[in-house]
Design a protein around this ligand. Structure first.
Ligand code: DGY
Length: 326
């Protein structure tokens, strides 16, 4: 008999069709909590869950007594309570690597869009306000040859540094839990303590994963250290910053602008003041969202899931101890 699997929210159709050949799959969309009765029923028999954009915690796991593997279609796995999964001997996997260049494209695009005010100017043209020569009110800020400070020099941080150094001749500063000698060598990147990076950078780009240690790591104190001309870019998770304090820093002109792909609450609330700020460029958490990359992530998640269900070690196992204890 085929093993029962739940696909939830995020999985490309092509991959779903491949999975259907091996497992008995039920697909749910629009699941944001465990209130849907059909979903709760499916959880009872499921041996695997793939996709997600949903919190996996004790409350969900209590409803899923047969679960062996949770396969997240995402590199960030702050939606998974890894300790709770590990305690129950359930494997957790993610999809690193395949999205690095795509996310770096998005984040670098967001940086340029914010610096050169591209969404504002697009609106200016399309709303037929462009009648003659532009005044300096519409000028932006240079990107090339400026200083970029990258917080979180993992694979995506490196892909951003590559664009900054080789494409835009920027000076690359970085802060990371540990030194990244490859990045120092390849992109001439200089390691900085966090405060020094904040003080010296023209562009501060936050790319750390969300963990208990990084939650709220950029707040009022950190914004006050940045240059008044600094542009802040968040490509990590909304909760790595204190969003209300970013709003205050922008209102008080402590920094010049922000480009945000992630928010404390997603989708963003209607009354969030960021929506009214012309010096803030917003994206709907689309870092990895090109068709090719979403497909590659779904494929990798499918490989992880099927390996785990076959009793093999999944290529991207997060909680290694579950495997060691087998
Ligand atoms: C991830 O995979 O964690 C990125 O946020 C893109 O969705």
């Amino acid at each position: 008999m085929k093993k029962k699997v739940i696909a939830v929210n995020r999985l490309e159709q092509e991959v779903l069709e491949i999975l259907q050949q091996e497992v008995d799959i039920t697909f749910f969309t629009g699941i944001t909590s465990i209130e849907n009765q059909a979903f709760i029923t499916a959880l009872k028999e499921a041996e695997g869950i793939v996709g997600l954009a949903l919190q996996v915690n004790d409350a969900l796991l209590d409803l899923a007594p047969n679960l062996k593997i949770v396969s997240n279609v995402s590199v960030g796995y702050n939606n998974l309570d890894v300790d709770a999964l590990t305690k129950r001997n359930i494997m957790a996997t993610n999809t690193p690597g395949v999205l690095d260049e795509t996310v770096a494209d998005t984040i670098f695009g967001l940086l340029i869009a914010t610096a050169r005010r591209l969404p504002e100017l697009d609106h200016y043209v399309k709303s037929r306000q462009w009648k003659g020569d532009l005044t300096m009110d519409y000028y932006g800020t240079d990107v090339h040859h400026k200083k970029i400070g990258i917080i979180g020099m993992g694979r995506i941080g490196e892909a951003i540094a590559n664009r900054a150094h080789h494409g835009f001749h920027m000076e690359v500063l970085y802060h990371n839990r540990s030194r990244n000698l490859d990045a120092e060598h390849t992109f001439n990147a200089t390691y900085k303590e966090l405060d020094a990076l904040l003080k010296e950078s023209d562009y501060v780009v936050l790319m750390t994963p969300l963990t208990p240690e990084t939650e709220g790591m950029i707040g009022a104190r950190e914004f006050s250290l940045m240059k008044e001309s600094a542009i802040f870019i968040n490509g990590s998770r909304g909760k790595t910053i204190v969003e209300t304090e970013l709003i205050t820093a922008l209102e008080n002109k402590e920094i010049a602008a922000a480009g945000l792909d992630v928010f404390e609450k997603e989708p963003i609330d209607d009354d969030n003041p960021l929506l009214k700020m012309s010096n803030v460029v917003t994206l709907p958490h689309i870092g990895s969202s090109t068709y090719a990359t979403e497909l590659a992530m779904s494929q990798l998640a499918c490989d992880n899931l099927l390996a785990g269900l076959r009793g093999e070690k999944p290529p991207n196992l997060i909680n290694e101890t579950v495997w060691e204890d087998k």
